[in-house]
Design a protein around this ligand. Structure first.
Ligand code: PLP
Length: 379
């Protein structure tokens, strides 16, 4: 069987330079002092990408580990936590906060549009006594981006520590960690950065460090305890053996993004063209506004099931696209145009296959998806 051409919203395709970097010979990363420098330099490069002067750590585990580590390290039993929820990941954040004893209050909104900052402001006027607030930058299942640039400064006005899950946005959407007053932002290796799955990284502000180091109740975890990383460089000590090949790959992937000056414009242009192609062909996008430039979520049209769509794309075209989970299961399909996936020829190929697949099942489209897409890019 051919390897599928993955056009999913993570994992994404991996450039061969990244694959080559991962296959380099290893050292003993706990004993080799050069590796401490290499790890530190890699963190410096991620800081450049995130626009932060805060500390950055790379942890061994997927995005979910970053999310859990932030909750475990900041939340003490009984702390009030505000979870901003307009999607599956936003709501799910609350579950992690509860595991560590947080008293969760949700600010919930419709999942078809971004968080309304005026509504949030009005909510906070009545209730703002929270230690920590969580928010998701890009809601990957529904395909929308939240205005984190406005949300986090507002939360900070009330002294909350802000945790942002930007796993599917970092590298594809603008992100200014210090300017937007984000205390912890977390990302994963396998989305827009297009490295292999397995790593999470996060930034930690001085406010976040203060909260982590001045707790009354110790952190109920070792792997998720960010506090134990405080002096890793000074003491030349890692809490556990770092997955060295994954870090080689991530380093190469981050360097590639820092070298390309047009990454964000490319995501914006391609994202817009994919959405317009869908709409012109008569398909319906899931969100009504705030569309993500890294993933497009489309309602499954009448006449075809997700399983039929997926099987035909895979068996006849060797292209893998994604469905969704939870309450969106079997209702939508998703195309990940992030990182290495986000190139004109890859989306053309995907949309052409999708066009043929839908038509095979008798779905009526206006014109064809791939020609609408190309026409959009010509403007
Ligand atoms: C992918 C993703 C994660 C991480 O999930 P994994 O299952 O570890 O890949 C977290 N948050 C968001 C918004 C994501 O898109």
């Amino acid at each position: 069987m051919n390897d599928p051409f993955i056009m999913t919203p993570g994992p994404t395709q991996i450039h061969e330079d990244v694959r080559r970097a991962m296959s380099k010979n290893i050292t003993n990363p706990d004993l080799d002092l050069n590796f401490y420098e290499y790890y530190k330099e890699t963190c410096e490069k991620i800081k450049e990408l995130l626009h932060t002067q805060g500390e950055v750590l790379i942890l061994s585990g997927e995005g979910i580990l970053g999310l859990e580590a932030a909750c475990a390290s900041l939340i003490e039993p009984g702390d009030r936590v505000l979870c901003i929820d307009n999607g599956i990941f936003g709501k799910g954040f609350g579950d992690f906060a509860k595991i560590y004893g947080g008293e969760v209050v949700y600010f919930s909104e419709d999942d078809r549009h971004p968080v309304d900052v005026d509504q949030l402001r009005a909510f906070l006027e009545n209730d703002h006594d929270f230690k920590v607030a969580t928010v998701v930058h890009c809601e990957t299942p529904s395909g929308l981006t939240n205005p984190v640039d406005q949300i986090c400064p507002l939360l900070k006005e009330y002294g909350m520590i802000t945790i942002v899950d930007s796993v599917s946005a970092i590298g594809g959407e603008p992100l200014e960690v210090d300017q937007w007053q984000i205390d912890i932002v977390l990302g994963g290796s396998q989305k827009c950065l297009s490295a292999s799955p397995g790593l999470t990284f996060l930034s930690i502000s001085s406010d976040a460090w203060k909260a982590i180091l001045n707790r009354k109740i110790p952190i109920a975890s070792f792997y998720c305890n960010l506090g134990i990383w405080k002096d890793w460089y000074k003491e030349k000590w890692f809490p556990y053996t770092p997955p060295i090949n994954d870090i080689y790959g991530l380093r190469c992937a981050v360097e590639r993004i820092l070298e390309q000056k047009d990454t964000l414009e490319r995501h914006k242009k391609i994202g817009e063209a994919v959405r317009k192609a869908m709409v012109e062909a008569g398909l319906e996008l899931y969100p009504s506004s705030g569309f993500s430039n890294t993933v497009t979520t489309v309602k499954i049209p009448k006449g075809i099931s997700f399983q039929q769509l997926n099987n035909t794309m895979l068996q006849e075209h060797h292209i893998m696209i994604a469905g969704a989970f939870d309450y969106l299961k079997d209702k939508v399909f998703r195309i990940g145009h992030m990182g290495e996936n986000c190139y004109e020829e890859k989306l053309y190929k995907t949309l052409k296959a999708l066009d043929q697949t839908l038509k095979k099942y008798g779905v009526k489209l206006n014109g064809s998806l791939h020609s609408h897409f190309i026409k959009q890019l010509e403007y």
